[in-house]
Design a protein around this ligand. Structure first.
Ligand SMILES: Nc1ncnc2c1ncn2[C@@H]1O[C@H](COP(=O)(O)OP(=O)(O)OP(=O)(O)O)[C@@H](O)[C@H]1O
Ligand SMILES: [Mg+2]
Length: 273
């Protein structure tokens, strides 16, 4: 929970300016917004990487400003925007064991937890690989897997789809959805609005350090002015729906299934005439 959070890196310009955000357990929330709007700054406060200039941040009832980062890291898994800032080991196995050792998880559990987490992200085959040999997308999945070894209740993922091809990006969202279905609360920062709309329950749009929208994708995609003013790209499906709006297709739809359904109805109506 975030109340009245403000923060400035340089003491002059506000990177965050009075942010209020409440996330319930079990939610899957997409955080959107143009470059520099404050998304990363916001989530860094949730694991104590930044201390609030003013306002309050609590996670699972714990005040982040007085809770040791080490303790928060057990509940909150955090994946950095750039996996190179997170990965510290030369081999996949060492990287996977790093968090388990740091948190003194019983050694007898390591192997199973490591295999389970790598399997979740589809990297089990790379258990004996060197990090150096992994591609950017694989590194990102490794960073996610290493966080999963601690079985956090909350996952915060900053831009997991950078450097991933569309198929990989889709797989990442599939993984995130599965983790959410299994009970994890997830905040995902992304520019991939197509996927976010298809997977997330709720959209939070950051605009110049403030929350400029908080609600359903349905309402967000229906507000083209808001999308434009936040430099958000409409999903391709929504662009098509907008073009077809004059024929009665709802302009907010975002999934291919919804679009297909709407087009079927159009075809039926034209046959009936
Ligand atoms: N380490 C830093 N030092 C100084 N200013 C920073 C730092 N990190 C971010 N900022 C500034 O704070 C503001 C918010 O940046 P932030 O990184 O939170 O945006 P973002 O929404 O995550 O952007 P992106 O989509 O590019 O990742 C920007 O004006 C940025 O220039
Ligand atoms: Mg960022």
């Amino acid at each position: 929970m975030i109340e009245g959070l403000s923060y400035s890196y340089d003491g002059r310009n506000a990177a965050l300016d009075g942010v209020d955000l409440r996330v319930a357990e079990g939610e899957l929330v997409a955080i959107l917004g143009r470059n520099g709007s404050g998304k990363t700054t916001l989530v860094r406060h949730m694991i104590g990487l930044l201390q609030a200039g003013s306002g309050r941040v609590t996670v699972l009832g714990k005040d982040v400003s007085v809770t040791p980062t080490h303790e928060l890291a057990r509940d909150v898994g955090f994946c950095f925007q750039n996996p190179n800032h997170q990965i510290v080991s030369f081999t996949v196995r060492d990287e996977m064991a790093f968090g388990l050792k740091a948190h003194e998880v019983d050694v007898s559990e390591h192997d199973q937890r490591i295999r389970e987490a790598l399997a979740t992200v589809g990297l089990l085959d790379s258990l004996e690989a060197e990090v150096f040999d992994l591609g950017k997308g694989q590194k990102q999945r490794l960073a996610l897997a290493s966080v999963l070894t601690l079985r956090p209740r909350i996952l915060i993922i900053d831009e997991p789809t950078t450097g991933q091809d569309p198929q990989m990006a889709l797989e990442i969202f599939d993984i995130i959805k599965r983790l959410n279905d299994a009970g994890a609360t997830i905040l995902i920062i992304t520019h991939k609005i197509d996927y976010a709309a298809a997977y997330a329950d709720r959209a939070v749009v950051m605009g110049f350090g403030q929350v400029s929208f908080d609600g359903s994708f349905h309402d967000l995609l229906g507000d083209i002015e808001l999308m434009r003013s936040n430099s958000l790209d409409l999903p391709d499906t929504t662009k098509l729906a907008v073009l077809l709006a004059k024929h009665g297709v709802p302009p907010w739809l975002s999934t291919y299934a919804e679009l297909e359904h709407a087009v079927d109805r159009l075809l039926e109506a034209s046959r009936a005439h």
